[in-house]
Write a protein that binds this ligand. Sequence first.
Ligand code: SAM
Ligand code: SF4
Length: 478
Amino acid sequence: MQKQVYLQTYGCQMNERDSEEILGMLTAQGYGLVQREEEADVILLNTCSVRAHAEERAFGKMGLMQQLKQERPDLVLGILGCMAKAQREAIFRRLPQVDLVAGPAEIYDLPDLLAKIAEKRQREGLGVATRLMAVDRKVRPLDQKPAGDHRQGRVTAFVTIMEGCDKKCAYCIVPVTRGQEVSRPIGEILEEVQQLARAGFKQVMLLGQNVNSYGKRFPDGSGYQGPKRRERLLALEDDGREETPADSHDDGTRLCDFPVLLRQIDAETGIPWVKFTTSHPFDAHERLFRAMAECRSVCEFLHLPVQSGSDRLLRAMRRGYTVESYLAKVARLRELCPGISLSTDIIVGFPGETDEDFEATMALMERVRYDSAFIFKYSPRPGTEAAKWVDDVPRQVKEARNQAALALQARISREKLERWVGREIEVLLEERNRRGQLAGHTRGHLNVVCDGPDALIGELATVRVQRVTATTLIGVLA
Ligand code: SAM
Ligand code: SF4
């Protein structure tokens, strides 16, 4: 009989994309997909460890699933993704009925791991949980992508271009859970985007923890910081020259970095709109801004997480830039791409954050006037550098700063949106929202809703903006 799988995803778009791949892989193996836990033979949670809250939700959910397993001992329970790696010991301690713990680098092993569980059960019976753990790979074998895919919808497609993160931001668990950076070969990405364009997708969102360092390391060891780099640097030194990006190529003839990838996607794939996330400010530079300005398909939108407006905290966070250098990049970007939308991530309540530090963050928000911002209250993540420091900003202070930053951003977002009232804007209509309206995004990633027929879902349309909320443009089809 066909086995049924239920999968719940926590966290970021990279996890959503991983889940599409997991479901594709399992359906290619003959599994069916169900929307209700009670109908499943295999229950998988694809988890996130970036903040404590996401982990606690997954622990809570799996606790409930353990109760189901008491009635149905044949049920397989698995925890996948970042929490599997970060909380490997705690999972089996707190959730003794869990059968499988598999990290982000092991998702392609899933069919084999499930087969192992089935074999073990045949040998030993159903009585005890299998407690299989697979978390040791350093990097995901991106060159061994399995068959199968399960993309949601047909409008926007997520495309992973790199895995892992080589930065060491003091607060962040991602380098621990997702391991060393590795980039997908450019040919594979171009082929995937071409196929998506042919299948009718209108937009791709290129995904990576730091897309700006795309091309640093490919699965075969090449890349602009691969083993040949030292030789190239020495050769340049012999010539009495300094390294330029064009010298940092992977094979001695051609540089393959993120601006190159954007230009090739623009030139070769026919996809109408390209967006990407996330850009670390340290690696966002002139070459990127020029590619954004010159490629028609690359949308006027950049998510550029600043985290704090205080140089002292940026240093403690190990972000590698100052407020001044960040603002200089924003100014240059706005020069090359006038009208570009900017969004950011901000952490409030980082260890040692004083009122002055927080005021500096608020001042930076006022200065940049982001179109939107994600504001996070700091939570210590075991295994990170900052987790060893005293989490000294009291909970109420974190909460108050969070509310103040949210209120400031809501005002700025609204003011920026209000400039659109009475004007027309191009929108990619993506779905029907819960109120039954058509909903989509602009090239600048602004939310838009309007009334209209189903036939327009997946189409580019012009909307005349009539009014706004703090987050959304509301209008009519023009
Ligand atoms: N790679 C991206 C970058 O460098 O900006 C961000 C990836 S991270 C998964 C998403 C956001 O979560 C970060 O930008 C940061 O604001 C937030 N974050 C990460 N660790 C955090 C922590 N321990 N507490 C609160 N927020 C955190
Ligand atoms: Fe985390 Fe920093 Fe890497 Fe982003 S760049 S994933 S915040 S370590």
